[in-house]
Design a protein around this ligand. Structure first.
Ligand SMILES: Nc1ncnc2c1ncn2[C@@H]1O[C@H](COP(=O)(O)OP(=O)(O)OP(=O)(O)O)[C@@H](O)[C@H]1O
Length: 302
């Protein structure tokens, strides 16, 4: 086994990471570093490779190429497993167990590092009866039990694959608040996938956006926003994309013409020149634009 080369402050890091299924690559040539103690939004369209990345990070799958490290350790090794908790989309629980049985099971699986108080706090906050059978719970209540198991494990890295999907709007806000509070209090590094960008915008301070199995955007959320500008100005009728000649096309992520006005999201390379209204994009706008566009093509709507 090769020596870990992960940066010392990384919760999760990848170099040249690839995973192939049959004839196709779910992930290919991915490189990123997710810092410790941060809440990372894992974003991407359906089939982008998000669940595959979670399964690689827990050791349920092995890379076909490159490497992934959890706090410098190979996923699936005892050290990495002890430090990682995973809330999968399908939330496997025993339907015949009661909630209390499930928490006892969590304690037995994690001898010496089970936080019974944290686990009970999560189920009690949802008003769950400890004697209720898991098979009788709603999907949202099952999410809560699965989250209790994950947090009770006292993880250093919490991987959440669409954790809020089954929850009603009020419970979504409450569970998200709970995840953020636990993460902050116990300095847990969190990676959370979701298609609801507004929720991620409020909860996350780091971003990993996957598209077509590759990393499309990665970094500190605020810095990424500040590295981009939304330009609005008068369209140049002589240019196919409506942008005046002074605009560096290589820096344009996406542009659109509406009537006589052109708007563009550009990577900040210097002052934009005269005649532009400029704005720093919100994280949700930035993510949507990068989800819509590819590296080598710019979406230009007329
Ligand atoms: N076990 C598997 N066998 C074959 N192909 C798979 C397997 N798991 C994933 N894939 C393929 O890998 C690609 C990435 O899938 P993955 O589930 O990681 O995407 P995702 O980003 O989590 O999608 P979603 O947002 O829909 O949950 C898809 O093309 C999928 O069909």
């Amino acid at each position: 086994m090769s020596e870990p080369k992960a940066p010392a402050d990384a919760a999760l890091s990848a170099t040249g990471l690839g995973r192939r299924f049959g004839g196709g690559w779910a992930l290919r040539d991915c490189a990123f570093t997710l810092p410790r103690g941060r809440i990372t939004a894992l974003v991407g369209p359906n089939g982008a490779g998000k669940s595959t990345l979670f399964h690689l990070a827990t050791g349920l799958l092995r890379p076909t190429a490159g490497e992934l490290r959890v706090f410098g350790a190979v996923p699936g090794t005892p050290d990495a497993r002890r430090r990682t908790a995973f809330l999968a989309q399908d939330k496997p629980l025993y339907p015949r167990f009661t909630v209390a049985d499930t928490l006892r099971f969590g304690r037995e699986l994690n001898p010496g590092h089970w936080d019974a108080a944290a686990a009970e706090r999560v189920v009690k906050a949802g008003g769950l009866d400890l004697d209720a059978q898991v098979g009788t719970l709603s999907p949202g209540q099952c999410t809560r039990v699965a989250l209790a198991l994950a947090l009770g494990k006292r993880p250093d890295l919490l991987l959440l694959d669409e954790p809020l999907a089954a929850l009603d709007p009020l419970v979504r806000v409450e569970v998200l608040g709970l995840i953020m509070a636990e993460a902050a209090e116990r300095e847990i590094s969190v990676v959370m996938s979701s298609h609801i960008l507004t929720e991620l915008e409020h909860a996350c301070d780091h971003v990993l956006l996957l598209k077509n199995g590759g990393v499309r955007l990665a970094g500190d959320a605020q810095r990424l926003c500040e590295e981009h500008t939304l330009l609005t100005g008068r369209a140049d009728g002589s240019a196919a994309d409506g942008l005046p000649p002074g605009v560096d096309r290589a820096a344009v992520v996406e542009s659109a013409v509406t009537g006589r006005q052109v708007t563009a999201l550009v990577r900040r390379t210097g002052p934009p020149g005269e005649g532009w209204l400029t704005e720093t994009p919100r994280l949700e706008e930035l993510l949507l634009t990068y989800l819509r566009t590819d590296d080598d093509t710019r979406g230009v709507a007329a």
